[in-house]
Structure formats: structure tokens, C-alpha cells
Design a protein around this ligand. Sequence first.
Ligand SMILES: Nc1ncnc2c1ncn2[C@@H]1O[C@H](COP(=O)(O)OP(=O)(O)OP(=O)(O)O)[C@@H](O)[C@H]1O
Length: 598
Amino acid sequence: MKHLATLNKYFIKYKWRFLTGLICTVISIVFSVFQPIMVRQIFDLLAQNLDNYRLISDTGLKGFFRAEFSRVLAFYGISILLFALLSGFFLYLQRQTLIVMSRYIEYDLKNEIYQHYQVLDLNFFKMHRTGDLMSRITEDVSRVRMYVGPAIMYATRTVFMIVIVVYLMIEVNPLLTLYTLSPLPLLALIIYYVNRIIHRKSERIQAQLSNITSIAQESYSGIRVIKSYIQEEGSIKHFEEASEAYKESSVSLAKTDALFQPSMALMIGLSVVLTIFAGGIQVINGVITVGNLAEFVIYVNMLMFPFFSIGMVASMIQRASASQQRLNEFLQIEPQIKNPVGARNITIEGEVTFSNVSFTYPHTGIQAIKDFNLTIKPGQKIAVIGRTGSGKSTLAQLLIRMYDPQEGAVLIDGQDIRQVKLESLRTQISYVPQDVFLFSDTIANNIRFGTPEAGIEAVQTAARQASVERDILGFKEGFDTLVGERGVTLSGGQKQRISIARGLIKDPNLLVFDDCLSAVDARTEKEIIGNLYAYLKDKTAIIITHRIFALFEFDKIIVLDDGRIVETGTHEELLSLNGYYTDLYARQQSGEEEPLIE
Ligand SMILES: Nc1ncnc2c1ncn2[C@@H]1O[C@H](COP(=O)(O)OP(=O)(O)OP(=O)(O)O)[C@@H](O)[C@H]1O
């Protein structure tokens, strides 16, 4: 329960709705208890006067009696109807306030979680599975909503209903109250356990359903691989197995569900029988009236749902508490990469220094960069080359502060980037990552992703510089073509070039290209490099690559191996060293490695 205390801030935020909801609950209950009271009065009136009526032989008097009875019955009938309407109206208001409040809280909570996801650093996302992250914002929030909405509503209703009705019952006869209420706690207990079983089974079904969905999703995405390896049969079998498990669980849930309603009816029937039996004896003994007995039968029915909801609410609260605990733990995670106190803005000129930098990925313990030193002057073009896993991308990640080094510092224009405002740093560096990611949006919006204010001319220029404009204009909708599932399927090279255009449109002084030409053909690569030459004229650029671009005159080429610089120099200087670079160059030329671009 203590975990749910975090939600109190929302009850305070929506205090007026909350209070109105509680008041409406009480009013609705008060109006509803008039019904049994009036039924009692009618029964007693009839019981008291029926004998007298039968004894009257005078037809005129009989007619008068009957008319009088009809009038009284009509009055009670209309009153009961009126009170039922009023009770129903306030019930409506209660739902309008409390359930609507729970939807507002759900909205706030989802936003709070999403905002927290946005501030958390890369390390967090590496350590958690996407499914887990998704379920926080969907399942956990919806369970918590069940607490702030329905659970609170049912709990308040239950408390007030039990207090008011039991008070009225005791007023009539405490002993009969005891008899009548005796099966009800048992009912609450049974409901609680049955509910837990139902939820456990529902959760299993939910997990199996999402398994089926992922299997289907994966097979749609991988349909080309499935078909080319003739694995259709295997894929069908895999799906059938998952479906079978889902079916078994669903049938099992249906069986439990089927028991639920009849057990409820049995409990209600038991209570009514007990009331009539014990109450009948009390009536014969003259302790209570026939009206009281009728009144009690209605009370028992009125108490059924509240007792039933005790079990339901208890299990709702339990589940919400577990979910809120998960949410609290998550919301308390502080991002490791954040703005320090007194963070400064920076206007990047383009000087980059790695000073004795060592970095180990925290969750794997892999040391990717070891005592790394490098200075890049403003306007210089640097190539970082090295075999796979040598630490090239890690350098880029450190430069845009996706991670902080454990030792040493990364400086831009002489300032330690840990002292600079993150937004200021990242808006002035264009980073084109190795893994391209395009959003399900138009090509134009994908290009202007980091600069939403950019006009279509700027988008077109960036596309031209990235040598992708021709491809885009070839699509029917041009720059308005939708990308992804709802739109066209782009080739790997087209995606890479759109991603490059996204980096170029920012027009910063410092750019990092992380192996982002791997999927384009040699001719296009040459074209892009030609365009980049002009574009990068006064800018600082770090180009991470597997391949040697002999055409591009780099100020410095750095050869990285196992997180360390093993060779450094210009193309000619490195060739004269007869080392790793020469070897790579020779292999590229002989076609053993990827081809040399010339
Ligand atoms: N997010 C990560 N978490 C843990 N370890 C990582 C992560 N990214 C990279 N590594 C590890 O750090 C080392 C350097 O990886 P990095 O991606 O920097 O190499 P790279 O030279 O860019 O390789 P490639 O050319 O294949 O992209 C590798 O051993 C890799 O397994």
C-alpha cells in the first residue's frame, strides 16, 4: 500500500473532482436506502389493514378502503421510483467524477513516465528490454488506474453502503442482522481468491497473446528469409504451438469464469434463505413485522455487491501496488548523463580534444577506449579507421555525451563537455549514426527531424548534398512520401542518405559520420564524398569508416585497434609506415576487403 502513496499528489491535484465524487457516492446511497424503508411501510400497512378490510361487509366502505389503498400504494410507488431516479442520477455523477478523474490521472502518469524515458540515458535503455519499457507505460499504468478509479469508487461505495445499511438493520433487529450477514464475509473471501485466480490466468493469457503477436510480427518482417530458406512449415508449427498454449489457458479461464457467477448466486441465495428463515421465526415470535422481513431481504441484496467488491477491490489494490512499486523504482532512476549545476551554453567552433580518455561500458564491463589522446583543430577532417569492435563508434558516443568516460575528459573548444548544457552541445553537433532509424513519417519530416523549423528548400538542399534528392523525386509523392510500414520501403542506401541529409540540414560546425556509407554503392559514395567536400569546407568532421577513402584528403587518419591509436598520419604517411593501414589498403585493392573508393 505504501507504494500507492505516491499517487496522493494526483488526488490533491484533482481534489474537487475527488470530493464531489465522494459526496455523490454518499448521496446516491442515502437515496437508495429509502426503497427498503418504504417497502417495509407498505408491507406493514397492508398487513395491519388487510384483516379489517376482509371483515368489512359494507361494499361502500370496501370501495372507500380500496381507493384509499390504491392512493397510498401509488404514492409509495411514485416515491420509490423518484428515489431510485435520484440515486441513479448521483450514481451517474459519481462515475462521471471518479472514473473521469482516473482517466486524467492515467493521462498524467503516462506523460510523466514518457518524459522520464526521454531524460534517461542510453545505458538505461541498453539494460532494459523494450517489452518491459512498453509494459510500464501500458499495463502498469492501467493497473494503477484501476486503483485511482474503480477501486476507490467501489471501496467508498462499499464502506458507506455497509455502514448505512448495517446501521439500519441493527436498528430493526441486531440478532437477525447477525444471521443475515454471517455468509457475507465468506463471500468476500471467496471472491478475493477467485479474482486472484482469474487475474493470474488472465495475465498468463496476456503474455501468451503478446508472444503470438511477436511471432506473427517477426514472421511478417522476416518473410523473405522464411521463404528463401523454405521454413514455412516450421514457422506454421511454431505459431501453432504458441496458439495451442494460448487456447489451453483461455479454456481454463473460461472454466473458472463459469464458476464465478453461479457461486455468487449461491451465496446470495443462501443469505436470502437465512434471512427469510431466521426472520420468519422472528415474525412469528412477534419480534419484527412482515415489513421488516421484506426490508431485510432488500438490505441483503443491497449488501451483496459491496461485499462482493471487497474481494475485487482488495485484489485490484494489490495489483496496483505492485505496478506502482515498479513505476516508483523507475521514476526514481536518475539519469547519469545530465546537466551539471551551473551548466554553460557553448558556441562550438570545432576544436575537439580527447584527453587521456578511458571508457568501459558499465553493464558489460567491456573496455572500449583505453587512454586515448587526440586533438582535432577547427576545420580539420579526421578519419577514424579500424577493424570491427575497435572502439570507433564509442568515440562518437563519448563526443555527443551519450556516455561519460570513467577517466580523462572530452573537451570541445577547450571546455569539458560535462560542464556544458546537453541541449547546447547536441544541437551544435550533427551525428549520423551507424544504425539508421527513420520514423513513420514523410521523408521531408524525417530529414528536418532535428530542425523542425526548416523549410522545404533547406530539406531539398540537404537531400541534394546527401545525393538522395534524385531518388526522392522518383517517388510519386516526392518529399511527402511516407516512410516505413504505411509508406514506401526504402533501400538500405536510401535510408543511409536520408539519415545523412538529416545531419547536414542542421549545418553545424562539428559533424560525426559513423560508418554511414556502408550500404551505398561506389558511384554514389563518390558523389556524396564530392558533395561533402564542399559542404565540410570550414567545418570540423570526424568520419568513422571501415574503408579507406583515398580520394578524400583527410588532415589526419587515425587507425584504432582495441580502443587505442595504433597508427596516425595522412594517407601517404600511413602507407609509408607499412603497418595495419598499408595492409588494409593492400587488401582493399586486391578486393579481399571491401573495395577501395577511387
Ligand atoms: N552499448 C554497448 N554496450 C556494451 N558494449 C558495447 C556497446 N557498444 C559497443 N560495445 C563494445 O565496445 C567495443 C567497441 O565497440 P564499437 O561499437 O565502438 O566498435 P566499432 O569500432 O565502432 O565497431 P564497428 O566497426 O563494428 O561498428 C566492442 O567490443 C563492443 O562489443
